[in-house]
Design a protein around this ligand. Sequence first.
Ligand SMILES: Nc1ncnc2c1ncn2[C@@H]1O[C@H](COP(=O)(O)OP(=O)(O)OP(=O)(O)O)[C@@H](O)[C@H]1O
Length: 330
Amino acid sequence: MAALAPPVAAIRVAVRRALTGLPGSGPVLVACSGGADSLALAAATAFVAPRLGRAAGLVTVDHGLQAGSAERAAAVVAWGREAGLDPVESVRVEVAGRPGGPESAARDARYQALAEVAGRHRAAALLTGHTRDDQAETVLLALARGAGPRGLAGMPARRRLDGVPLLRPLLDVSREQTRTACAVLGLSPWEDPHNADPSYARARVRADVLPGLVRALGPGVLDNLARTARLVAADNEALDDLAAGALDAVREPGGALSVPGLAGLAPAVRGRVLHAWARELGAPPAALSYRHVAALEALVTGWRGQGAAHLPGGIRVFRRADRLTAVGPR
Ligand SMILES: Nc1ncnc2c1ncn2[C@@H]1O[C@H](COP(=O)(O)OP(=O)(O)OP(=O)(O)O)[C@@H](O)[C@H]1O
């Protein structure tokens, strides 16, 4: 018997690791665009899941944004059935009229549709094909916009999407490995034109910045960026735990926060306490920026009798009698 090509084996091992011990008896569903990453993931899942006694299916989302998108979705569905995946679904979404830029509107519509399908099938998990290269790009983009540790942690290997576990089994697998695996398995991936469109920052990072970094610093740079994300994610988790305890400790009756209590915290913990409190008050997380938390911080450590700090969602926070007190819609 011919030896299994190393990239095919590496992807199967990564999927096996992600699925082993997964609670629930429902199927796992692969979110598959037809691109090399999610196609290689779907092929590996079709192989691994049944061997773990688990059904595996596929969902593809048709954003209706490009000519031929319905044909692409139909081709992915046909391949999925042939590969033995079940259930296999294509979902058409409406992107127009959603808030945000076209990229984020498409992403919101996609995740909403994926969550709906996963919920309907009582899926044990939804799997996406993000790779180590996607992770390296995410870390670099976060670094460049000054996102802080939350951004530098990149994409988590698991999170919840509307109650369904969302797994990214390929975060340690390179894009080159998924492409080679597709070639070895005789699969023809679809090339997303957006991935090469220089009007997107991520596409420019992919085409120019990462190859330049690899040339200057060596091929290890991609693994190192992904490792940075893992290390920072672990630190974040510990700091978030500390901050949750500290928030409870500085809470005053009526929901205000004690200024002397906040002043006594380490700055890294205090920033997280203020961020968590702002979310609790109802500030939409996506709109809550460094600037807002810095304004809260200034009420504690840069006090000069200033007025309210304004948070997204119409919330104002005042410092009165050594307390931070919030006013605004709940
Ligand atoms: N049209 C689609 N249908 C189903 N799944 C998709 C589709 N597009 C992307 N995905 C899933 O998302 C993964 C990442 O794709 P891509 O990098 O294009 O997403 P993105 O726009 O960067 O959004 P995000 O990184 O937040 O998922 C793919 O590997 C695949 O699992």
